[in-house]
Design a protein around this ligand. Structure first.
Ligand code: TYM
Length: 334
């Protein structure tokens, strides 16, 4: 029996991934790669929708790939590659942009947030069409499952709409994908501002737990995480967002129920709770960090692995792209 396809990706927009990427996506990827024919991409074409330094971008791309592998994605089992090395992504994105409504793209909340941050003159057209490129990523591989954090749900929804629209207009071409979102851990928040999503490209790094941070830095960030004056370890997102967020992280990394963790820390202060969490996070991150740094010591080998995987991806992508060009009515070179 052939395995169902899975696709997901992350932007190489920082030197290191953060714990939200790890819990919201990477942990699921690692588990799901066993049952699926999985494609994991470093989406560098998405990253350049906001300004990037060229030298750093290449380095961040390698670092992101190294962290995928260090976290347990196996390039011999899954197809792990760099988006720009497979031209079909950009090609399909163009076709899909011609069936995407202007208003439809304008309703994407991530675009609204980012364009507000940059101002309308600074926000690029690429930032606006970002979700269309994401749809192309997913649809090229006849993907069934897209494991992401809940901030990407709207983009996967758009992808589904575009697939259905294309199929209705030009004939069955694309598989309509399903998002796979882990409920409890769907969103991790900033440790200093626990009502904002944790982001690897956040302006302040104080509340962001990076996979590649030094252990002492990670420990400090956890011990300094914002809590409240109530002193009780209890999950309440509304009134205790800081503590609730720490509980989510604790539960996600240990696989334990939040209520069991609340019980364990009943009658103890936040200091004890944070120390417990610190130990959990450090134990989880240490081997990943060590392996990633080791892989980065041999960039040529890493580049070779990525190139071989890109060849595999290109073959799969070409099949869909060719069908799309035919359906749309483009005159093919004989
Ligand atoms: P990116 O690079 O922002 O994030 C990568 C993955 O991490 C998840 N994530 C989080 N989950 C929980 N809590 C958080 N604070 C948190 N921050 C990030 C994201 O949901 C994502 O799963 N547009 C995508 C990249 C992309 C993609 C794709 C994903 C491009 N094409 C095709 C899936 C399929 C993005 O910006 O991810």
């Amino acid at each position: 029996m052939t395995k169902a396809r899975l696709f997901s990706g992350m932007q190489p927009s920082a030197d290191s991934l953060q714990i939200g990427n790890y819990i919201g996506a990477l942990m699921q990827w690692r588990d799901m790669q066993e049952e699926y024919d999985a494609f994991f991409t470093v989406v560098d074409l998405h990253a350049i929708t906001v300004p990037q330094d060229p030298v750093q971008l290449r380095e961040k791309t390698r670092r992101t790939a190294a962290q995928y592998i260090a976290a347990g994605i196996e390039p011999s089992k899954s197809t792990l590659y760099v988006q720009s090395q497979v031209p079909a992504h950009a090609e399909l994105a163009w076709i899909l942009s011609t069936i995407t409504g202007f208003g439809e793209a304008g309703r994407m909340t991530q675009f609204k947030d980012k364009s507000q941050r940059y101002g309308s003159d600074q926000a690029s057209v690429g930032l606006f069409t970002y979700p269309v490129l994401m749809a192309a990523d997913i649809l090229l591989y006849q993907t069934e499952a897209v494991p992401v954090g809940d901030d990407q749900k709207q983009h996967v929804e758009l992808t589904r709409n575009l697939a259905e629209r294309f199929n209705a207009r030009f004939g069955e071409t694309f598989t309509v994908p399903e998002p796979v979102i882990q409920k409890e851990t769907a969103r991790i928040y900033d440790l200093q501002d626990p009502t904002s999503k944790m982001s690897k490209s956040a302006e302040s790094q104080a509340g962001v737990l990076y996979l590649l941070d030094d252990v002492n830095v990670t420990a400090k960030k956890i011990m300094r995480a914002v809590t409240d004056s109530d002193g009780v370890v209890r999950y309440d997102r509304e009134t205790k967002p800081g503590v609730a967020n720490l509980l989510s992280i604790y539960a996600a990394l240990t696989g334990r129920e939040i209520s069991a963790i609340e019980d364990e820390y009943a009658g103890r202060g936040y200091g004890d709770f944070k120390k417990g969490l610190r130990d959990v996070v450090v134990a989880e991150f240490e081997p990943v960090r060590a392996r990633a740094l080791e892989l980065l010591e041999d960039p040529a080998e890493l580049d070779r692995t990525l190139a071989a995987n890109a060849d595999r991806a290109a073959t799969a992508a070409e099949e869909t792209l060719s069908a799309v060009y035919d359906r749309v009515g483009l005159l093919r070179r004989g």
